[in-house]
Design a protein around this ligand. Structure first.
Ligand SMILES: [Zn+2]
Length: 109
C-alpha cells in the first residue's frame, strides 16, 4: 500500500543554501510579475518567492523548481538553454526532488 502523503508538511525553509550565499525564501500573496506562477526566482536580488495560497505540496514543488533555476543560473547552464527547455528541466528535476522530499527521502533544512 502506498504511503499516505496527507501527513503535515514542515514549513518551507526561510532560506536555501547556494555557493554564492543563502537565498531568502518568502511566501507571498501575489507574484506581481508572473500572475499565473506558483513561484519565482529573481537573480537580482537573489530571492525566491512562493505563492502563499498554493497547497503545501504545491509550494514544496514550486520551491524545488525555483532551486533548480538557481542551480542552472549559478552554474551557467541556463546560458545555453532556451526558456522552454529550462522550464522543462526545472519541472522535471523539481518534481523529482519534491517527490523525494514528500517520501521522506530528502530534507530541506
Ligand atoms: Zn520556472
Amino acid at each position: 500500500m502506498a504511503q499516505s502523503r496527507t501527513k503535515r508538511l514542515p514549513p518551507l525553509p526561510k532560506s536555501v543554501h547556494s555557493h554564492l550565499g543563502d537565498i531568502p525564501v518568502s511566501l507571498v500573496d501575489d507574484l506581481e510579475e508572473k500572475k499565473e506562477a506558483l513561484g519565482m526566482w529573481e537573480m537580482a536580488p537573489r530571492r525566491i518567492s512562493i505563492h502563499s495560497k498554493a497547497a503545501p505540496e504545491v509550494q514544496l514543488q514550486a520551491l524545488y523548481h525555483e532551486i533548480v533555476h538557481v542551480a542552472l543560473m549559478d552554474s551557467g547552464v541556463s546560458n545555453g538553454l532556451v526558456k522552454d527547455a529550462e522550464e522543462a528541466v526545472c519541472d522535471a528535476v523539481g518534481t523529482l526532488l519534491a517527490s523525494m522530499s514528500l517520501a521522506g527521502r530528502l530534507k530541506l533544512t
